[in-house]
Design a protein around this ligand. Structure first.
Ligand SMILES: Cc1cc2nc3c(=O)[nH]c(=O)nc-3n(C[C@H](O)[C@H](O)[C@H](O)COP(=O)(O)OP(=O)(O)OC[C@H]3O[C@@H](n4cnc5c(N)ncnc54)[C@H](O)[C@@H]3O)c2cc1C
Length: 340
């Protein structure tokens, strides 16, 4: 008998599995290595001032604290560096946006992350095209591919890993089954009817000597020597199309660097973000089948939000402590037909 079967080893399934194991639960993680998994391609940016309006998202401070705590604990356990802090140049795209930054800089919450305002000339010296200047802010970054690799090794060593696709009849000995399937939840017979809104995204690994990170909506961050990662695109149709010429061109056209159309592309990746229509995660227990659980909907911000919500999910599954209301799947249950 096992306590939990976790279906899906993306960021959501892996973080939840490690937290459950730390609590002494018997866990198996099952994954079928989907080519479209979001976690395999994610850049791992953790930005506390999101979007063109630089808003701090819900639970921003707690999410950052939990994210740091969780990934640092994996770093300690494995002796590997996974999680770093960097300075991000937010290239202003309009005067209105620059004024908004200056206005927001008066608030202590904003100043926790915001650092300075740089003029056009200073940006140019760094290799950035920023006619209206840029605000600088602290951000974090998780090495997603390395985390997934370490996590898989840890689970294999603990005898908790299995490769394959989920079939209900194979798992009679699992007391609880938690679906962490990313965008593939839409085919799930218990939870697939919920209002998910997945979005395909593409990123490029390219050769460029840029040594600072910047974003004007399209971001570019230095990787190892003379390489940068840049992205990303966003579309809700033709999800499984893989990397496209159109996606590549969109990224290159918008980058805040000179001659953005000429860098050498080393790799072009795509994945599908498990988004939701109200942009909050969707998690909880099936209302008729008490064995079936859902942990999904982390959209484009999994590195910041997954550890925070994993902790809540664990408290809910083990201690029956209610989930945060904005993420509880009960918010959709009022008029909804039963799925199975
Ligand atoms: C281009 C792009 C850039 C991104 N950049 C960032 C970023 O900078 N910062 C950030 O925080 N987030 C970023 N994200 C979002 C981030 O990737 C997601 O929030 C996160 O990875 C979601 O993880 P998940 O585990 O829910 O889903 P996934 O990573 O998709 O994992 C789902 C897993 O479940 C497995 N699976 C599914 N169904 C089954 C089944 N029936 N049986 C067995 N296995 C199954 C799949 O094989 C897969 O491994 C980005 C996403 C994309 C696409």
């Amino acid at each position: 008998m096992i306590d939990f079967l976790i279906v899906g080893h993306g960021l959501a399934g892996s973080a939840l599995a490690h937290m459950l194991l730390k609590c002494g639960q018997r866990v198996v993680v099952l994954d079928d290595k989907s080519p479209h998994s979001a976690s395999k391609v994610a850049a791992g940016l953790i930005n506390p001032l999101i979007g063109p309006k630089f808003n701090a998202p819900l639970h921003a401070k707690d999410c950052l604290t939990e994210s740091q705590r969780f990934f640092r604990s994996i770093e300690k356990e494995t002796g590997t560096s996974l999680y770093g802090e960097f300075l991000l140049h937010r290239v202003f795209v309009s005067e209105k946006q620059r004024d908004l930054w200056l206005e927001k800089s008066k608030a202590p919450v904003f100043r926790r992350y915001a650092r300075s305002v740089e003029r056009r000339k200073a940006c140019e010296k760094l290799g950035l095209v920023a006619p209206l200047g840029a605000g600088t802010q602290l951000a974090n970054r998780l090495d997603f591919p390395l985390f997934l690799k370490l996590s898989e090794n840890m689970l294999r060593q603990a005898g908790c890993w299995q490769e394959g696709i989920f079939e209900e009849t194979d798992w009679k000995e699992a007391k609880k089954i938690v679906f962490c399937e990313g965008y593939r939840v839409m085919r799930n017979p218990w939870f697939g009817h919920l209002p998910f809104s997945p979005a395909q995204g593409e990123i490029l690994l390219m050769e460029t000597g840029l040594s600072v990170a910047a974003s004007n909506g399209t971001w570019i961050v230095p990787e190892k020597k003379d390489r940068c990662l840049a992205g990303s695109t966003w579309k809700h149709d033709d999800l499984e199309s893989g990397p496209t010429e159109n996606g590549k061109n969109k990224i290159l056209e918008n980058l805040p660097i000179p001659n953005a159309d000429t860098p050498v592309i080393i790799e072009h990746r795509s994945g599908i973000r498990p988004g939701t229509r109200d942009r909050s995660p969707i998690m909880g227990k099936h209302r008729e089948n008490a064995r079936m659980f859902l942990f999904n909907g982390f959209g484009s911000r999994g590195a910041a939000t997954v550890p925070f919500y994993s902790k809540h999910m664990l408290d809910f599954m083990i201690g029956e402590i209610p989930l945060p209301k904005e993420a509880d799947l009960k918010r959709f249950e009022k008029n909804e037909p039963l799925s199975r």
